[in-house]
Design a protein around this ligand. Structure first.
Ligand code: TDX
Length: 330
């Protein structure tokens, strides 16, 4: 069955991936309702290109009454849940807000969505719920073996959603993307942080020896994949969104330095992240077979676009430094 996109409610729409998704759906004729708590990582400027093409409510997914007001008024048919605390290092310092937003918030949003009978609830999860894999790749049926407090909070939400599907026949779908990068990413994450550090005349901080491997997906590519899944995927199913483009962190740092045309010695090896997952890799065949999506943007090209965007939007990037600097006092 193909889901029509008449009215779609997007939570966390002022965030990095949520805003990329809205910039895409706003061009497809759907009515878009955005809710966001506007945490430190959110910024409505990410939606300036589609100004006037969405309706915004400041709301926290943990607040059922606040959500009900929006659902009663807007009656969304589709809900896409991007709202989450996402930074692994922050979850290591203090897990509490991750438990609140990622678990409790998901439960509250599920209950309101159930009450207002949404036709489709699409939840954005992460590859991190599977834990690490030294060789091979994770499929959607791989066991959940989350390692960080962040990953555990996302895995808990996934379990809750599966329970709602089974218990109530709730029409939910779970999407598990790999690491995203691209325009508007908050610069606490590795790629924009590395670029920001170079723009500040500092070195790229690389954890441990830089041997950890991540699979990198350009954010617009990810948004397209999510949209295809929203429209075509089967209720109750899980879909991986990977790019098959793997790199060690040290290689990513080298590619960034090369694009930025700065000396390759501008890397600083710093203390490793506790419990640092060595490698993530997704098998995304099911997503291709059922939703017809495959990643299109080559990593080297996507990194060039990202660096180009960062240079053009240097003041936005630099303006975030004050908020993230305390994280790097080690
Ligand atoms: O300063 C750094 N130096 C460094 O070497 C930072 C911030 C990170 N790293 C390493 C850690 C990881 O191996 O780079 C890799 C990527 O780190 P992050 O950008 O923090 O992402 P990661 O921990 O892989 O998690 C990301 O992907 C899955 C997102 O933050 C999650 O929200 C998403 O679910």
């Amino acid at each position: 069955m193909r889901q029509k996109l008449r009215k779609i409610l997007v939570t966390g729409g002022a965030g990095f991936i949520g805003s990329a998704f809205i910039r895409l759906v706003a061009t497809k004729g759907a009515k878009v309702v955005v809710i966001d708590k506007l945490t430190y990582a959110a910024d409505l400027i990410r939606l300036h290109e589609v100004e006037g093409q969405y309706k915004f409510y400041k709301a926290d997914i943990c607040n059922g009454d606040g959500l009900e007001k929006v659902f009663r008024k807007e009656k969304p048919e589709v809900v896409v849940n991007f709202a989450a605390e996402t930074h692994v290092d922050r979850s290591i310092k203090d897990a509490s807000v991750f438990i609140d937003t990622n678990i409790k918030g998901t439960q509250v949003l599920l209950d309101v969505s159930r009450k207002y009978k949404v036709e489709r609830f699409v939840h954005i999860s992460t590859d991190e719920v599977y834990g690490e894999i030294k060789k091979g790749e994770f499929s959607e049926s791989s066991p959940l073996q989350a390692n960080s407090p962040y990953a555990a909070s996302k895995a808990a939400a996934d379990l809750l959603i599966k329970a709602y599907v089974r218990t109530y026949g709730f029409p939910a779908i779970i999407i598990r993307p790999c690491n995203n990068y691209g325009p508007w990413q908050y610069p606490e994450k590795f790629i924009p942080l590395g670029i920001l550090k170079i723009l500040r005349g500092e070195k790229i901080p690389v954890y441990g020896k830089g041997r950890n491997v991540r699979e990198w997906l350009y954010v617009q590519d990810c948004a397209k994949g999510i949209l295809e899944i929203v429209k075509k995927a089967r209720i109750g199913e899980i879909y991986n969104l990977g790019s098959s483009q793997e790199k060690r962190n040290i290689e990513i740092a080298g590619m960034l330095l090369n694009i930025l045309k700065v000396d390759k010695n501008n890397i600083q090896f710093v203390k490793d992240r506790p419990g640092h997952d060595i490698r993530y890799k997704l098998n995304s065949d099911k997503t291709f077979q059922e939703a017809g999506w495959r990643s299109e943007v080559d990593l080297a090209f996507g990194l060039k676009l990202t660096v180009g965007w960062c240079l053009k939007n240097k003041s936005w990037l630099l303006s975030k430094w004050e908020k993230i600097a305390p994280l790097y006092k080690r």
